[in-house]
Design a protein around this ligand. Sequence first.
Ligand code: ADE
Ligand code: ZN
Length: 331
Amino acid sequence: MSDIDAVIAQLPKAELHIHIEGSLEPELLFALAKRNNVRLAYPDVETLRRAYAFTNLQDFLDLYYQGMSVLLKEADFYDLAMAYFRKAASQTVRYVEFFFDPQGHTARGVAFETVLAGLTRAQADAEAQLGLHSRMIMCFLRHLDEADAERTLDQALKHKEKIIGVGLDSSEVGHPPSKFKRVFRRARDEGFLLVAHAGEEGPPEYVWEAIDVLGVDRIDHGNRSLEDPVLVKRLAKDGLALTVCPLSNLRLCVVRDMKQHPLRRLMDAGLNVTINSDDPAYFGGYMNENFAAVAAALTLSAGELTAIARNGFAASFMPDVEKQHVLVPLN
Ligand code: ADE
Ligand code: ZN
């Protein structure tokens, strides 16, 4: 292990951009398919893993939604989340805000309550057994219409105390944040915090809309903000955090080479960046691998990596008292 990898391995980390369904490893996917008698389009783990060669976001999403077909019962969501929490804890991740995609499940006839029950039971066990605290963010699928998102928000209102915020994910281009203006306004009025994927494949205008039309508290990805210097100034002035996902960007061909990853340019512009795994089972790495990949490609120092880890806790939706406590080892 290199010196910098040793630094990363012991660094306390907060993960703010992880789709829990994107942590479904092929081995668990096949085990759940067997348990639930679900027929898969791939004969075995190796063949499926070989299909994880994406050329863009949609390519990945097509497989991601197929993968979800094995998640049917409360125990499936529990097993999914628990496997992720174990992995995260083993990488000194101390705090997690994870996304889930209820519409990806309710559209298949799985009850919203089934999803939530499995995930919240795993959260409680992760807290008790691993000392890993987490909060959850419900994402709307942006390729669906706003009315579908409105119905999903209605379902979430009964469970407000379990869900800290709402987000926006799935196919970005052609589905700007403004398409969800009303449902985000209502979510805000109901007390949810707001995030949105923007500037992953979509243009800087989508980041502007996420900020000015939706009023988000954080931007997921945001890479393409660099194309608009006025936007960069605005993000810097507001200190709005970006949840950057290096291995995801590489695997989805958002960047050609890790050496060209925009993380360092975002840092140099004074932006509040964090490092996250996005869909670790599909993109070849969890938190430590994401930190290590950019550290090596962009020669980030131990001090810079520590500052990024600190940003993760600071940009989280933890109450301030909790934040002060967890930030102590990073100060
Ligand atoms: N859903 C899961 N991962 C995603 C990503 N990287 N971008 C948009 N939607 C997603
Ligand atoms: Zn994402």
